[in-house]
Every structure is written in structure tokens, then in C-alpha cells.
Design a protein around this ligand. Sequence first.
Ligand code: IMP
Length: 180
Amino acid sequence: MEKITLHDKTFKPFIPNGQIEKAIDDIAARVNLDYEGCEDIPMLVCVLNGAVMFTASLMKRLNFLSEFVTIKLSSYCGTKSTGTVLNIMGITGDVRGRRVIICEDIVDTGNTIIALKEMMLDKGATDVKICTLLLKPDVYDKDVKLDYVGMEIPNAFIVGYGLDYDELGRNYPDIYVLDR
Ligand code: IMP
């Protein structure tokens, strides 16, 4: 793996694809354990744009009926969290009376996921679980439980596997970290 340049910044290899897919195997096993054989049809809420690759990969491994919906939120500008979560595009389905699994690429401050969990409960979801591929535990300071976490990473800015730096870098199968 080689370094990549996106806009004005250089990123170095950080997490190879094989390790990411392995983490998704582990998440899927845990989700299956909790939902396999369930009588309802849970809804997977994919948080656009970053969680597209992760959610697609996770869905292929799930052994129960589910529906797929999306929502577009944004709290990041460049390489920093703004602290304000914007609802860019409404959710594409009705979660009233349904169990929901929020699929997120990364939890940083937790602002996005907390706002989203509240939004789902306000809209009448009966249960909301949070599933994230990555977590920055040094930054996450909220009390809300993260139900499924794939991998913990240090507080650094990363791209690839759906994650972007000002919209670039989402397409890389591996994850890269900012090279200081
Ligand atoms: P939070 O609201 O601070 O938890 O930030 C979550 C959102 O910020 C994620 O859905 C990502 O879109 C974005 N984000 C957080 N950390 C990174 C990163 O290291 N690289 C790219 N995007 C990130």
C-alpha cells in the first residue's frame, strides 16, 4: 500500500481491507446472534454517505429479514467536527413501531449518532441499536451505549472505506490516516 494525496493532504496506509472485513464478520456474528429468528423485520438505517460501504458489506452477512433505509446527516467540515449535526436529507422509510439498527462508519464525538438515535425514537422506533465500524474512544464522551463496535482507533483523521476528506477518498478499500 502506498501513500495517497487528497486535495492538499497526504495520507498513509493504516488499516488494510482484510482487517476491516474481519471486523465486519465479527459485528455481523454479534448482530445475527441478537436478531436471528426474530419475528419482526428490523430496519437498517445507513447513514449517508460514509456508511455506504460498511452497510453494504454488513448486510450481506445478516441472516434475518431486514429493510434498508438511508438518512443523510453531516457534522464534519474538512478534517474537523463542527459540533452541529445537520439533517441534510430525511429518512427514506417509516420507522414507527419498528426496531432500528443504525449503521455508521465512525463515531467520533458521538454528536451524530446521539442526534440520530433521538430522531429515531421521536419518529416512533420501538428500539434503536447503534452499530459502528469504527470508534475513537478518546473523543467519544457520551453516556449512550454503542451496541456494536467493529474497531477502536486513536484520535486521528482517516479516509477510505467510505470515509472522505472533503468528499474525496471514499472509494479506497483500505483505510488511510493523515500523514503529519
Ligand atoms: P461525530 O458526530 O463527531 O461522532 O462524527 C461522526 C461523523 O463525522 C462520521 O459519520 C463521519 O462522517 C465524520 N468523521 C468523524 N471522524 C472522521 C474521520 O476520521 N474521517 C472522516 N470522517 C470522519
